[in-house]
Ligand binder design. Structure first.
Ligand code: NAI
Ligand SMILES: O=C(O)C1=NCCCC1
Length: 369
C-alpha cells in the first residue's frame, strides 16, 4: 500500500524553492534535454485544450527524467484576463509520481513553480546573452511573471563590476604605461511599463529599490540592455526599431501560435534562441507569424491599354524567423552564445523545468520532516 501523497500549498512551495538551488538544476536538465536522448529524458510538446467561451486554455505538461527518477506532470490553466482582474491568469498544480510503482508521491501548487522556474530560465538566458556591460533592465508587464523576473534579475545582476583603467605616469626607462585599476560598482537601472500606468505604479510600490515607471513601451525600451516581455499581449508590443543593437530580450508571453509580443523586424534581425525547437514550432506566434509578411505590388492592366483588371505580383516575401539554437544547446556546448548580437530568447515553458523544480521542493520538504 503506497503512502498518501505530500500536499504542498503555494506558501510552502515558495518558501522551499530558491533560485540558488533552481538555476544549476535547470541548466543541467536543459543541457541534457537538448541532446535528445530519449532513454534519459522524455518530454512531449504540451497538449493544450482551448476553453473558447472563457478565453482560456488548459495545458498538460508531462516529463520523465529516467536517470534522476523523476516522473511528473503539471496541469496548468491560463486565461486572458481583463486588466485589474483579481484572478491570476496562470494557475497550476504539479504532480510527482513514483516512477517504479506509478503512485502519486506529491501534489503541489504550480503557480510558484511556474513563476520561479520561468524567471530562472530567463535569467540563465540573460547570463549567456546579455551585453557584457548591461546597465538598464526593462520589464514589460506588471503581473506574476514580471515580479518573479524582477526578483531574480535584480538578485543576479544587481551590480556590475567594471574595472576602470586610469593611465599613470610613463616610465622613461621602460617606455611603458602603467595602469591603476579601480573597481567601480554601478547600480542596475530598472524600468517598468504596463498597459495601465497605475498597475506599473502598484508593482513598483511593492519593491524596496527605486524603479522607473515608463509611460510607453518605446520610452521603457530605448537604450535598455536587457528587456523582459511578460505580458498577455496577442499583437506585437515591442518593435525592433526601438531596440538597442546588442540588447538581449527574454520573451516570456505570447505562448499561442497566433499571439505575438515581438514584431517582424526584431524577430528577423535578432539571433533567436528557444527553450525547445518543437515547442517553438508548435506554439510561438512570434516565430510562426514572423514570416507572414507579404507586400503586393499592384498594377492595372488598363495601363497597358487592354482590360480593366487589377493584377498583383508579390513584391516581397519574407521567410520565418530562424531559430538559431536551443538554450540547452548553448548550455551543453553544441552552439555558441552570440552575445555580440541582438538576441531573443523565446520562452514557452517546459515540463522538465517543472519536474526538476518539484523534485527540489520535495527533497527540501523531506529534509525538514
Ligand atoms: N514562457 C513561459 O514559460 C510562461 C509564460 N507565461 C505567459 O507570460 C505572460 C504573463 O504571465 P503572468 O505574469 O502570469 O500574467 P499576469 O496576468 O499576472 O500579467 C499579465 C501582464 O500582461 C499585461 N497585459 C495583458 N494583456 C496585455 C496586452 N494586450 N498588451 C499589453 N499588456 C498586456 C497585464 O497588464 C499584466 O501586466 C502570459 O502571456 C503567460 O501566458 C506564463 C507562465 C509561463
Ligand atoms: O510553461 C507554462 O507553464 C506556461 N506556459 C505558457 C502559458 C502558461 C503556462
Amino acid at each position: 500500500m503506497s503512502e498518501s501523497p505530500v500536499l504542498l500549498n503555494k506558501h510552502e512551495v515558495e518558501r522551499l524553492l530558491t533560485y540558488d538551488d533552481l538555476i544549476p538544476r535547470l541548466e543541467s536538465v536543459m543541457g541534457k534535454f537538448s541532446k535528445r536522448d530519449s532513454s534519459e529524458i522524455i518530454q512531449p510538446v504540451r497538449s493544450v485544450v482551448p476553453i473558447q467561451q472563457h478565453s482560456g486554455f488548459l495545458g498538460v505538461m508531462p516529463a520523465y527524467l529516467a536517470n534522476e527518477g523523476i516522473l511528473c506532470t503539471k496541469i496548468v490553466t491560463f486565461y486572458q484576463r481583463a486588466e485589474g482582474s483579481s484572478l491570476p491568469s496562470t494557475q497550476a498544480t504539479v504532480l510527482l509520481f513514483h516512477p517504479e510503482h506509478g503512485h502519486v508521491t506529491a501534489i503541489m501548487d504550480g503557480e510558484a513553480i511556474t513563476a520561479k522556474r520561468t524567471a530562472a530560465v530567463s535569467a540563465i538566458s540573460a547570463k549567456l546573452f546579455k551585453p557584457a556591460l548591461s546597465e538598464v533592465l526593462c520589464i514589460l508587464g506588471s503581473g506574476q511573471q514580471a515580479r518573479s523576473h524582477y526578483d531574480v534579475f535584480t538578485k543576479l545582476f544587481k551590480f556590475k563590476e567594471v574595472t576602470s583603467m586610469k593611465t599613470g605616469n610613463t616610465s622613461k626607462s621602460f617606455k611603458t604605461c602603467f595602469c591603476v585599476c579601480d573597481p567601480v560598482l554601478y547600480t542596475l537601472q530598472v524600468r517598468v511599463w504596463s498597459r495601465r500606468k497605475e498597475m506599473a505604479q502598484r508593482f513598483v510600490n511593492d519593491l524596496q529599490d527605486p524603479v522607473t515607471v515608463c509611460s510607453s513601451v518605446k520610452e521603457a525600451v530605448i537604450g535598455a540592455d536587457v528587456i523582459v516581455t511578460a505580458t498577455g499581449a496577442s499583437q506585437p508590443i515591442l518593435f525592433g526599431e526601438w531596440v538597442k543593437p546588442g540588447a538581449h530580450i527574454a520573451a516570456v508571453g505570447a505562448c499561442r501560435p497566433d499571439w505575438r509580443e515581438l514584431d517582424d523586424v526584431l524577430m528577423r534581425e535578432a539571433v533567436v534562441y528557444v527553450d525547445s525547437r518543437e515547442g517553438a514550432t508548435a506554439e510561438s506566434g512570434d516565430i510562426i507569424l514572423s514570416g507572414v509578411c507579404i507586400t503586393f505590388h499592384q498594377y492595372n492592366i488598363a495601363d497597358l491599354g487592354h482590360h480593366r483588371h487589377t493584377y498583383s505580383t508579390p513584391k516581397s516575401l519574407f521567410s520565418q524567423a530562424e531559430v538559431f539554437a536551443e538554450l540547452g544547446e548553448v548550455l551543453n556546448g553544441s552552439f555558441p552564445a552570440r552575445r555580440e548580437k541582438t538576441t531573443v530568447f523565446k520562452s514557452l515553458g517546459m515540463g522538465i523545468q517543472d519536474a526538476v523544480s518539484a523534485k527540489l521542493v520535495l527533497e527540501k520538504w523531506n529534509s525538514e520532516h
